[in-house]
Ligand binder design. Sequence first.
Ligand SMILES: [Zn+2]
Length: 345
Amino acid sequence: MTLHAELHRHLGGSVVPRVLWRYFDRHNAEMVNRFQEYSEFEEFYTRPRNTLNEYLELHTLVESVQTVETLPYFIYRLMRGAYVFENLAYLELRYTPYLRTPEHLEQSERIDLMAEIVQVVGKASQISDCPIVTSQILCMHSRLPYEVNRAIVDLAAGMREYVCAIDIAGGDDCIGERLEEFVGLYQYARSIGIKTTGHLYETTSGCYPELLPYLMRIGHGIQIPLKYPELLPEVARRGQCLEVCPTTYLKTGTLQDMRQLKVVFDRCFEAGVDIAICTDNAGLHNVRLPFEYENLLTLDIIDFRQLQACQNAAFRHAFAWPYGEQPAQMLNGLLQHESVGALVN
Ligand SMILES: [Zn+2]
């Protein structure tokens, strides 16, 4: 069996449509009444959008119901699904903690409540019958003020038992207007030993070479091999890994056909740039991680050897995988040891 590492999954987009529907059914009659039946809701929730910004709007729907009280409910279902149906051994869950605090409060009060959210998410994701190693990535947000983003970096520094890294999310086109600010925040994060990834080079309007040197991994980054392949040797030299989330690009209108990803994989393999295959928003897409792998294989975008290279890269670039070995090696030792024991007996 293969156990997977998932490096790029949003807490907001990780709720599968049926779990969200059940939640609305119990707690939000107004929402349920907008749809005739479940299938209509599922169609609305999972259908492709025209742009990344339109797609990100959907996150606000889930963010609004993920509060300090309800997060354990959603996270328990997420972990259970990830363990039973996805064979995850490792999961980095990312979100903007500020957006889980009550909207009506003052900014400073919301900032103060972020630590509680991180703790609730951390505790809720440790489930004894779903043994998955988990950690959190806190997302700065391209549309939130500097003070909030700075507080998010400080929170990551102060809660290392739950948090392994920071990210920048929220749409890549508006990063450019405040580029220096975000460069400064990443510099600050690195200076205090925080690990980093960032949603960059996802769409053609999100390409900022100025930020690249500060990232340890690149969230998506597909526009580098597609449009700026001359940057690949530098990316390889820095040991940066691309977090490629195949289904996303069809849902956001970034690509028209998944086969366009073949160039991404070919050029990265050639340049020695690692790729981790991820889901981004497994719930919103209704696509689980093993299927992302299988799909790439079926469409001849990667071959089996490349598939295994990506699986290994995911563990190698995991920010908080605590073992020197990958699960396959650990299980091999265990199972072989046991089978020898059985022979002796
Ligand atoms: Zn993402």
